[in-house]
Design a protein around this ligand. Structure first.
Ligand code: ZN
Ligand code: MN
Length: 256
């Protein structure tokens, strides 16, 4: 894959040279370590947020920061639930603290344009909170504040692409966990860790309009996925990624 934009593969000397003019755009992928059924790996969310960030950074001349792998607790109605072995759910404080620290550290390095690229449904509000608290910390110190954009990558799939790839109706991004989008993107970018012969096919989960704690495990399909990835293909992954990357490029270019 593309490695020349990811700062974790650069020397400190090269990193410093790349951010020296104060104009660098830093994309920070945010994922999770979470079960994705029998056909995809625990690192699916961290891998896809990283890949979408790298493809976008290449087009805008940006950089990709360290991937946050420790995501918030999987919710039964969007990720199967945190009770499932293979899923690692971190407390909100942890996710908030990591995001808060990264904004502060990049600011200290002189990076003033930051984009959090979320790839795990449950993270979003805690990324927002971490950024908000970091800006409050920095405002108290005075000086120029960094500008920070936050997004979840699937929101950039256009309605036209959704219509084309989900001819029988779109189930919603919440139940896409382990479904056609993630599976197709993985087939295109990380095919070595997708096992289509082990995929468990079933109708999209019918979940109630409420949450329960302790969870009722019977609400989650046996597969751990909330919809079926059966009709996934690498070509669909390419179409999805084109839509996502071009939308992210436009959004970032318009603000930074
Ligand atoms: Zn996922
Ligand atoms: Mn997830």
């Amino acid at each position: 894959m593309t490695n020349n934009v990811n700062i974790t593969r650069m020397s400190a000397y090269d990193y410093r040279a790349q951010i020296a003019n104060g104009e660098a755009v830093m994309l920070i992928p945010v994922g999770s370590v979470e079960q994705h059924g029998a056909h995809m790996p625990l690192g699916t969310d961290m891998m896809l947020s990283t890949t979408m960030s790298e493809l976008t950074a290449e087009q805008i001349g940006g950089l990709v920061g360290p991937t946050i792998s420790f995501g918030y607790k999987s919710q039964q109605r969007s990720g199967g639930g945190n009770h499932i072995v293979g899923t690692f759910g971190f407390d909100a404080d942890t996710v908030i603290g990591i995001c808060r620290t990264l904004v502060r550290e990049f600011d200290r390095h002189g990076v003033k344009k930051i984009v959090f690229v979320n790839g795990h449904y449950e993270n979003y509000q805690f990324i927002f909170e971490g950024v908000d608290l970091a800006l409050r910390d920095l405002a108290a110190q005075g000086g120029e504040l960094p500008r920070v954009m936050m997004l979840s990558y699937w929101d950039f799939v256009t309605p036209a692409v959704i219509e084309r790839l989900y001819p029988d109706g779109f189930p919603g991004w919440d139940v896409e966990h382990g479904g056609v989008m993630e599976t197709s993107l993985m087939l295109e970018y990380h095919p070595d860790v997708v096992w289509m012969d082990r995929l468990i096919d079933h109708p999209a989960a019918e979940l109630p309009l409420y949450d329960l704690l302790p969870v009722d495990p019977s609400l989650t399909p046996e597969s751990g996925c909330l919809s079926s990835g059966k009709v996934s293909t690498a070509e669909k992954g390419r179409i999805l990624a084109e839509s996502i990357v071009s939308g992210m490029v436009d959004a970032i270019s318009s603000r930074f």
